[in-house]
Design a protein. Structure first.
Length: 148
């Protein structure tokens, strides 16, 4: 009977160790995917503009938090970004940190951003700060933001 319990305990221990290692590998892979997605998102913003970038990388139910208001859903995000009276807009950012949930379906990034634009009077507006983005793995395996 002791041998049976020892064998059962050993099998459980090995399976638990294997599962923990498998989960760690998946988490690291997910972190890498999110950083790559964040960098591609920033590149599209720089090359194609904010509206294209944000609507491409937003989940259908994604939200923006801007000026103490929540802009919810892709159509509203697109409308909000296209309604800006600013011109010569530039938004650049890079993630400084990424983490992923143990289940591997949610993650978040944060880092520094720099925004500049020209207002209607010709003044250049510059802003620097910290961004925070929450990412959700989609059914097709891609990452889209659900909160920015």
């Amino acid at each position: 009977m002791k041998t049976y319990h020892l064998t059962t305990f050993s099998i459980i221990l090995v399976l638990t160790a294997c599962q923990s290692n498998f989960t760690k590998i998946d988490i690291e892979k997910s972190k890498k995917e999110i950083v790559e997605t964040e960098l591609a998102f920033a590149k599209i913003a720089k090359e194609e503009g904010l509206s294209n970038a944000f609507t491409s990388y937003a989940a259908n139910d994604g939200v923006l938090n801007r000026n103490n208001k929540i802009i919810s859903g892709k159509p509203a995000i697109k409308k909000y970004l296209e309604s800006s009276s600013h011109t010569n807009i530039s938004l650049e950012w890079t993630p400084d940190f990424v983490d992923v949930s143990a289940s591997g379906d949610l993650g978040y990034t944060y880092g520094k951003f720099t925004y500049s634009a020209q207002d209607t009077s010709g003044q250049i507006i510059k802003s620097e700060g910290i961004f925070h983005t929450v990412w959700k793995r989609q059914a097709d395996g891609t990452w889209k933001f659900v909160y920015d």
